[in-house]
Design a protein around this ligand. Structure first.
Ligand code: HEM
Length: 413
């Protein structure tokens, strides 16, 4: 069934770093092997990696009757084929839009999309600015005017998205750090499957409590709006409501942390581009080029062919999962020309796929973009002399199944 049975390519174990290899290089290697590469996922599941920009566009814009997402398609993957410690299954098996097709997908997405219009997101700007400034106060205090080294991941990039989504959900201060702790344990590469399961239980129990609390005392927040949608029109089941909150929490966290982390590292590595961004207020361009160059979800989008299908001239059998490898598209010279492998905020044609494409295009993109603009512009304005405290080549990355980003960014401010 394989296009070239003589040359199978084994997918890297996406939960673990490939020793000595930068993850972008791994995905470039994939792309160089062809647009649709036969791979074996952990657990012995036969799959295909779509690696070029064109092949990925073909898959993501394809008809959902052919390129399905519905979680029931994944039942056989659970059937002992995929190791049970794959936390991604929590997300894949949820009752939410990410795993629905057609009319069901439109219903669930329609209910949540009202909260993510440009105007609704723009209204969050003053609050996000306050959140970011509060975090920068702490960075300043711990950095002691450049005396001490501070790590911008735990102190800054990791904090912004949780604080913002908690704000949207109507979760109060003390509960925010618990929520972060549970999600971290759920997806961390170092927790045991048992710990991840306990954390998942705590998280879902809390989201259930939050829904009940907002039912009793509704506020002007997203959770209350979804509870109202459920009561008024009976269009969201209790399970769908909790799973949708879970999806927003997970989909918007690690991704945005990594966008911020990559952008900071890219700017520290290219002082000339940092100077241009500051002079011309080009923070949007910084975010877009970072999304192109370092797609935070490097390889965790899946589609499931409901019929035999041809992609980029390769026959894909019904039933083989297709893994969309955005990390490969990032440096595709067919799309971005000979300078594809360079970070350049003045690039004219970006058209990246980091937020996906087609029916499931990221709902939270306007929010992620606003967070990036505020966080980057304020960080670099506040600390004009900021510099890396270690050689940038020594920064460790987490090429996990879900996301890819710097694990720590030690700097002096
Ligand atoms: C979907 C990336 C931030 C909520 C997606 C998809 C991608 C993506 C690639 C498509 C999945 C697929 O086709 O299978 C990103 C990146 C982000 C980001 C790179 C940050 C830099 C956010 C934020 C939120 C969010 C902040 C909300 C709080 C969602 C939701 C979906 C989604 C709800 C599912 C849409 C659907 O299935 O119709 N995201 N995302 N994302 N994202 Fe994001």
């Amino acid at each position: 069934m394989r296009a070239d049975p003589e040359a199978p390519v084994t997918a890297p174990d996406l939960r673990l770093p490939v020793p000595g290899e930068h993850v972008l290089r791994t995905y470039t290697r994939f792309r160089e092997a062809g647009p649709m590469v036969p791979v074996e996922l952990p657990g012995g599941v036969n799959a295909w990696a779509a690696t070029t920009y064109a092949a990925i566009r073909e898959v993501l814009s394809g008809d959902s009757k052919v390129f399905g997402k519905n979680s029931s398609h994944w039942a056989d993957l659970q059937d002992g084929k995929v190791p049970p410690d794959w936390p991604i299954l929590q997300l894949i098996l949820g009752e939410h839009m990410l795993m629905r097709d057609g009319a069901e997908h439109r219903r669930l997405r329609g209910l949540l999309s009202k909260a993510f219009t440009r105007a609704r997101v723009e209204a969050l700007r003053p609050r996000i600015e306050e959140i970011v400034d509060g975090l920068l106060d702490r960075v300043a205090a711990e950095g002691a005017g450049g005396e001490a080294v501070v790590d911008l991941v735990p102190l800054f990039s990791d904090q912004v998205p949780t604080a913002v989504i908690c704000e949207m959900f109507g979760v109060d201060g003390p509960r925010r750090s618990e929520l972060r702790e549970w999600t971290q344990k759920l997806f961390s590469q170092v927790t045991t499957p048992e710990e991840a399961q306990v954390a998942g239980g705590q998280l879902f129990a809390y989201l259930g409590e939050l829904v009940e609390e907002k039912r009793r005392e509704p506020g002007d927040d997203l959770t209350s709006a979804l509870v109202r949608a459920q009561q008024d029109e009976d269009r969201l089941s209790p399970q769908e409501l909790v799973d949708s909150l879970f999806l927003l929490l997970i989909a918007g966290h690690e991704t945005t942390v990594n966008l911020l982390g990559h952008a900071i590292v890219n700017l520290l590595a290219h002082p000339d581009q940092l100077a241009r961004a500051k002079a011309g207020d080009l923070w949007d361009a910084v975010a877009e080029e970072t999304l192109r160059f370092n797609a935070p979800i490097a390889a965790a989008l899946f589609r499931y062919p409901l019929a035999p299908v041809e992609v980029a001239g390769v026959q894909i059998p019904q039933g083989d999962p297709i893994m969309v490898c955005l990390g490969g598209a990032a440096t595709d010279p067919e799309q971005y020309g000979p300078t594809a492998g360079a970070f350049d905020i003045s690039r004219e044609q970006i058209g990246h796929l980091a937020f996906g494409y087609g029916a499931h295009t990221c709902l939270g993109a306007p929010l992620a973009r606003l967070e990036a603009y505020i966080a980057l512009s304020r960080l670099f304005a506040r600390f004009p002399g900021i510099e890396a405290a270690v050689p940038l080549d020594d920064i460790a990355y987490s090429p996990s199944f879900l996301s890819y980003g710097p694990l720590s960014i030690p700097v002096r401010v």
